[in-house]
Design a protein around this ligand. Structure first.
Ligand SMILES: NC(=O)c1ccc[n+]([C@@H]2O[C@H](COP(=O)([O-])OP(=O)(O)OC[C@H]3O[C@@H](n4cnc5c(N)ncnc54)[C@H](OP(=O)(O)O)[C@@H]3O)[C@@H](O)[C@H]2O)c1
Length: 448
């Protein structure tokens, strides 16, 4: 396998092919993950970065700069939207991405398959002839989604489980995985009994929440960290017998970790000594950014720890997609509150500025899960089918409709080093290993 981690620094080029370290002057950002994570002496660590329950206690230049960055966040969003309105892109269809070089019938489990991108991914995967295990928070939600998909595609092979699986509760995740393994161990379709567990070809860890108010999971973890990362980490651990099941007719298993461009704030938001926001002031965007950085590190770690012939793991950003993920941040934009008559017009306008609908938003999920070419790469962050970032050229990003990355590099990077700094300071071997160790401790009680 290509040593992706060693070569990452040299891959980090901006759109014009200039090494980013030269293109943008480095700033002395406050960096919890880099500054704190690997200190063995907790007391000295705590005193070096004094914070109160209400936030940062110090007024050091680093902290002041950090505050200024936080304040400018709204400006960044405004700039993105403003600049986006002047652009226009065309898209290829999802089918064209999936059809070329697709593998034979797979068994694919996807979390959050009842809504948004997860649901359209289920539809696309079923249309390509794969068996889809559709996860949802409750069996009722899973059944409802299955019914809707089968209404449009009567021969869709969609499977649901009977267990609840709220990702807020690791006990439910454990029980759900048990049921999945039992399902995969059942008599085979040809009537054989007591066959060993069937191979789970792809695990798409897609479910997530964004910018939710502070809440704790059943096991007292901050909810973004708990749902978006930890529950998925446990799911992978418990489904290993199926992912690594021997099947000479199949290729390596694939794990697809759905992250986000907002992982870019990883350097500011990821704090391995405070993953649950017990010691720092809660910030819903930092909580989301941290969890999405964890999604990338998790895939990197799996890629690093497994040979490509056994398991291929990648993370992805699906694009900016119109789904109900905005239920906490922009509640008026959820589907049930939008005016159906204006919906078509809005979709067209959104498309012009690079915002995808859920049909388009699932194309990288589908490509990574089904395309043979996706087996060539492990431990990368995909922003489109076949397109890895950093590494993609400006032209490739523009052609793929990834306006946000391009504008980020060209307009925002000089100001905030965005997203040139996407992986600076936190996407490295030390941090991915540490995250794995912390996560293993947290889920140990729930391993099968
Ligand atoms: N939309 C975007 O622009 C965008 C951009 C970057 C990344 N992403 C990522 O894409 C993924 C899918 O998001 P989406 O846009 O499709 O949003 P969505 O429509 O809100 O779907 C989220 C899914 O996650 C499930 N989920 C959330 N909390 C859960 C819990 N505690 N237990 C079980 N399931 C839970 C939801 O189930 P319920 O219906 O039961 O709540 C739903 O099925 C997320 O990981 C998100 O971070 C999206």
């Amino acid at each position: 396998m290509k040593n992706l981690h060693k070569t990452r620094a040299t891959q980090t080029m901006n759109a014009l092919g200039t090494p980013l370290t030269n293109a943008y002057p480095r700033r002395n950002f406050y960096c919890p993950c880099r500054a704190k994570s690997f200190r063995t002496n907790t007391a000295s660590s705590a005193s070096s970065f004094a914070r109160t329950d209400r936030g940062f206690a110090s007024s050091s230049p680093d902290v002041e700069e950090h505050k200024a960055i936080v304040t400018r966040r709204e400006t960044i969003l405004g700039a993105i939207v403003g600049l986006a309105t002047t652009s226009s892109f065309s898209f290829e269809s999802v089918a064209s991405f999936a059809a070329e070089g697709e593998t034979k019938k797979q068994i694919i489990l996807i979390t959050g398959g009842n809504s948004g991108i997860g649901k359209t991914a289920c539809e696309q995967l079923a249309r390509l002839g794969h068996k889809v295990i559709l996860h949802a928070r409750t069996p009722a939600k899973a059944e409802q989604a299955k019914k809707e998909i089968i209404y449009g595609q009567p021969d869709a092979d969609i499977v649901t489980m009977k267990s609840n699986c709220d990702l807020m509760d690791l006990r439910e995740v454990q029980q759900y995985c048990k049921e999945v393994l039992e399902y995969l161990s059942k008599s085979s379709d040809d009537g054989e009994e007591n066959v060993s567990v069937k191979k789970l070809d792809s695990l798409i860890l897609n479910a997530g929440i964004m910018a939710a108010p502070y809440e704790l999971t059943k096991q007292n973890h901050e909810s973004h960290f708990g749902i978006n990362h930890l529950a998925h980490f446990l799911m992978y651990e418990n489904l290993k017998p199926a992912l690594f099941a021997e099947d000479s007719s199949k290729g390596p298993a694939r794990v697809i970790s759905v992250s986000s461009l907002l992982a870019l704030i990883g350097e500011l938001a990821l704090d391995l000594d405070d993953l649950d926001f017990e010691r720092r002031k809660y910030d819903k965007w930092y909580a989301y950014g941290q969890s999405k950085a964890c999604n990338i590190l998790f895939a990197d770690d799996l890629a690093h720890e497994n040979s490509k012939s056994k398991l291929v793991a990648n993370s992805l950003h699906p694009g900016i997609v119109t789904t109900d993920l905005v239920r906490y941040s922009f509640p008026d934009l959820i589907a049930s509150k939008r005016d159906p008559e204006r919906e078509r017009w809005i979709r067209e306008q959104a498309r012009k500025i690079g915002i995808r609908d859920a049909d388009e938003g699932c194309k990288t999920h589908v490509w990574l899960a089904t395309n043979d070419a996706a087996l060539e790469t492990s431990g990368e962050f995909f922003v489109d089918p076949g397109l890895v970032y950093p590494g993609a050229t400006r032209q490739q990003l523009v052609e793929a409709g990834d306006w946000f990355l391009v504008s980020g590099e060209e307009f925002l990077a000089p100001e905030l080093q965005f997203p040139a700094r996407l992986f600076d300071g936190w996407r490295n071997d030390e941090i991915r290993v540490k995250l794995r160790e912390r996560s293993q401790d947290m889920v140990s009680e729930f391993l099968l």
